[in-house]
Design a binder for this molecule. Structure first.
Ligand code: NCD
Ligand code: ZN
Length: 347
């Protein structure tokens, strides 16, 4: 019989960009409504590179959460050479800072403060390994000689393999994986998990580029082939505890995306959950969706399981969906690659 109800533990988003100021106030409700908690990325214009800045940013986020809402922001620090071993030790006992995020310099939005020489950071990786602090990685090389579609693969070969060999007990999350190669690598190595986004599960580079260019599908790391997309879908629906949802919802106003030099980032938090339900349903895998969205990430980060539940129903006709949100600086398009969406939350 067709499944028309889905009652699951409230999902978490293990990778989200909330920005700051007015945009934060406009995008945050979609995260606290749909998710029980979220890991907030630190790539603000002024990077969140120490505990004090993370605490200020946390306070700013909390000011925008209404009292009756139960939502936990988990914070991250941006890895730069300002970080010290002492600070890492403090992170290990911190109530809500849960990871240190490594951006290769120039890989994506606000990555100018990212790292260029990995070996410089080995003493800090050693401190993270010792203090059980999770390293979250944007896994792409930025070498201009490497083709943009190969940058994740080359990062895994040239950089990630070295980190893993040198620090076998360091717990790592490879963020927003995009390729069959990445899936294989994660499956093969212990102490490493991966987030997967909606967009990498639902669209590919042909859809982005072959029938006119789709700036709303442009993100970093860039979308790969259909073969890669299907490998990601298999990983997500497999139930393996190594893979979990990180939407990488990354709002940019349309003026900045639809431009001669459009920026990377897809705003996906408003419809992320019902879109995923529809995808899992299509693959006859509604039985594993709770693991992917609500359990595996908490397991990896060592948090207790969620208590709250949410109920989604499948309508017989496609539902009306939000197309964009308005901000002071202009509209932001909401990611929805499906013509018809049937699932809707009712509690
Ligand atoms: C993100 C952003 O805009 O902050 N962009 C993106 O395309 N994913 C940064 C990131 O996670 O790479
Ligand atoms: Zn991101």
């Amino acid at each position: 019989m067709e499944n028309t109800h889905l009652d699951i533990l409230k999902p978490d988003d293990w990778h989200v960009h909330l920005r700051e100021g007015h945009i934060l106030s406009q995008v945050l409700p979609f995260t606290y409504d749909n998710f029980g908690s979220a890991l907030i990325m630190p790539n603000l214009d002024k990077p969140i590179e120490n505990i004090s800045l993370a605490e200020d940013y946390y306070a700013e986020i909390c000011r925008h959460i209404p009292k009756e809402i139960k939502f936990t922001p988990h914070m991250t620090l941006y890895l730069t050479n300002c970080l010290t071993q002492d600070e890492i030790k403090k992170v290990s006992n911190h109530r809500y800072i849960k990871a240190i995020k490594m951006y290769p310099r120039g890989a994506t939005t606000n990555s100018e403060s990212g790292i260029s020489n990995i070996a410089e950071f080995y003493p800090l990786f050693e401190a993270m390994e010792k203090n059980k602090v999770i390293l979250s990685i944007h896994g792409e090389v930025t070498d201009e000689k490497v083709d943009v579609f190969e940058r994740e693969k080359v990062f895994i070969e040239r950089v990630l393999t070295k980190i893993i060999n040198n620090f076998p007990n360091l717990r790592i999350v490879l963020e927003h994986i995009t390729s069959a190669d990445a899936v294989k690598f994660i499956e093969k190595h212990k102490n490493i998990g991966a987030t997967i986004t909606n967009h990498h599960l639902m669209v590919n580079r042909n859809i982005m580029l072959s029938k006119g260019i789709r700036p709303d599908f442009y993100c970093a790391p860039i979308l790969k082939t259909e073969y890669d997309r299907l490998a990601l879908v298999q990983a997500a629906i497999s139930g393996s505890d190594k893979f979990f949802l990180g939407t990488d919802s990354a709002p940019h106003v349309n003026g900045k995306k639809i431009s001669a030099c459009g920026c990377a980032g897809i705003f996906s938090s408003p419809l992320a959950v019902p879109l995923l339900i529809q995808l899992f349903e299509k693959h006859n895998s509604l039985d594993t969706i709770e693991k992917f969205m609500s359990k595996n990430g908490r397991g990896f980060y060592g948090l207790e399981q969620q208590q709250d539940r949410v109920l989604y129903v499948k309508r017989s006709r496609s539902v009306n969906t939000i197309k964009n949100i308005k901000t002071d600086a202009g509209k932001i398009t909401v990611f929805n690659p499906y013509n018809e969406l049937y699932w809707e939350r009712i509690n």
